[in-house]
Design a protein around this ligand. Structure first.
Ligand SMILES: Cc1ncc(COP(=O)(O)O)c(C=O)c1O
Length: 401
């Protein structure tokens, strides 16, 4: 009898599974088998949402914010976002240029679908967040990674970007602070990219600033504030990381009006907009004290020192000093070709699997971030867990010969 054909679309069959979610699932499996797994694979703060934001959600329910919202978000939230952009980031978007979505991920999904035709190219600064390439491909575009190594703190120069631009390039996509490297582009570095783009007036910029509030330099720079590209920059941000609100699914963009309207049209035929209660809580988060966010950032800064201090002592591991987010992205290529217990490590994905099975520490291999020599280690975990993880990683890597 013939095997039945898969009912699934080519789109889904060709899609890659998210490496971070895959490692999280493997970690859960190991935990279910009774192992004491330390999860350093996750992209979310281990803190709970600040109490005053949760209170605002309860009030929203009591006040009856339970109906469909306008597709691009409540007007008062869009105005608060425009005010935040202006006052805190020097960005010039009016409220009608703001679109609120179910997370920054959906904002990027909307942008890609609003801008890309089959075969259009998107320059993705590498290492990059895993979903960027998948989203660009889903929208029919071709991801063009342009990378930098640990010796440059994983920051790509304006010249390297210019060399990759072709007449098919639609936009440049990057995050700062960056997932997975924790790198932060300075105002000068962004300004150099903006000046270079004067030569390429049709190329847009998509700046993902979701980690804005987890920045240890004390200074967050937005490329959309540079006069050369202010009219063609789409700025994405959200509540997940800085306010510990990953589960609330709330993000937003500021975009040229034509693009904001296109994203609203797309959203009107897909999600109908973001959750009403989350929007009210988000409004409260944006218009009250940022003290809880700053306290979380300070805790991350302390953990960063702890984990860097521990991992720097491991021979062969190349570690830099990231300035933001909650990730360390060491170069682990010195361990390739080494073995333990009869199995040889050939790449960072295999190293991540080795650390999970032998040390019960979950990390993520770098290949899906466009950096096969590296390993992403999230330090959104308690100091006790990090101390224990450092000891386990040190022992497991030491056993590789
Ligand atoms: C760089 C980057 N952008 C966007 C997102 C998604 O944010 P949200 O949860 O708001 O969809 C993440 C989450 O991991 C991220 O790391």
């Amino acid at each position: 009898m013939a095997t039945p054909k898969s009912p699934l679309s080519d789109t889904v069959l060709n899609m890659t599974e998210s490496a971070t979610l895959k490692m999280a699932a493997l970690g859960r499996e190991a935990k279910a088998q009774g192992h004491d797994v330390i999860a350093l694979s996750l992209g979310e703060p281990d803190f709970d949402t600040p109490e005053h934001i949760k209170e605002a959600a309860k009030v929203a329910l009591d006040e009856g914010y339970t109906k469909y919202t306008p597709v691009p978000g409540y007007p008062e939230l869009r105005q608060a976002i425009a005010d935040k952009f202006r006052n805190e980031n020097g960005l010039d978007y009016t409220a009608d240029q703001i679109v609120v979505s179910n997370g920054a991920k959906q904002s990027i999904f909307n942008i890609a679908h609003a801008l890309l035709n089959e075969g259009d190219e998107v320059i993705i600064l590498a290492p990059f967040w895993v979903s960027y390439s998948a989203i660009v491909e889903l929208a029919g575009g071709t991801p063009v990674p342009v990378g930098a190594g640990i010796e440059d703190d994983y920051k790509v120069s304006a010249d390297a970007i210019a060399a990759a631009i072709t007449d098919k390039t639609k936009f440049i996509l990057f995050s700062s602070p960056c997932n997975p490297t924790g790198s932060v582009y300075t105002g000068d570095e962004l300004s150099a990219i903006a000046r270079m783009l004067v030569r390429f007036p049709d190329v847009y910029v998509v700046s993902d600033e979701i980690y804005e509030l987890i920045n240890f330099t004390g200074e967050h720079a937005s490329i959309g504030a540079c006069p050369e590209v202010k009219d063609r920059t789409i700025t994405v941000n959200g509540f997940a990381k800085g306010f510990a609100m990953t589960g609330w699914r709330l993000g937003y963009m500021g975009a040229p009006l034509e693009i904001a309207k296109a994203c609203t049209k797309l959203q009107g035929q897909s999600t109908s907009g973001a959750n009403s209660i989350a929007q009210r809580a988000g409004l409260h988060a944006l218009t009250t004290s940022l003290a809880p966010s700053h306290a979380m950032k300070d805790a991350f800064a302390k953990r960063r020192e702890l984990i860097i201090g521990g991992l720097k002592k491991i021979e062969g591991l190349k570690v830099n000093h990231p300035q933001g987010a909650f990730y360390l992205f060491p170069d682990v290529s010195a361990f390739f070709g080494k073995s333990a217990g009869g199995s040889t490590i050939n790449d960072s994905d295999e190293l991540a699997e080795y650390l999970l099975t032998s040390a019960h520490v979950a990390t993520v291999g770098g290949s899906s971030f466009g950096a096969p020599d590296c390993l992403r280690i999230s330090y959104a975990a308690s100091e006790e867990q990090l101390t224990e993880a450092i000891a386990r990683i040190t022992k497991a890597l030491g056993e590789l010969k």
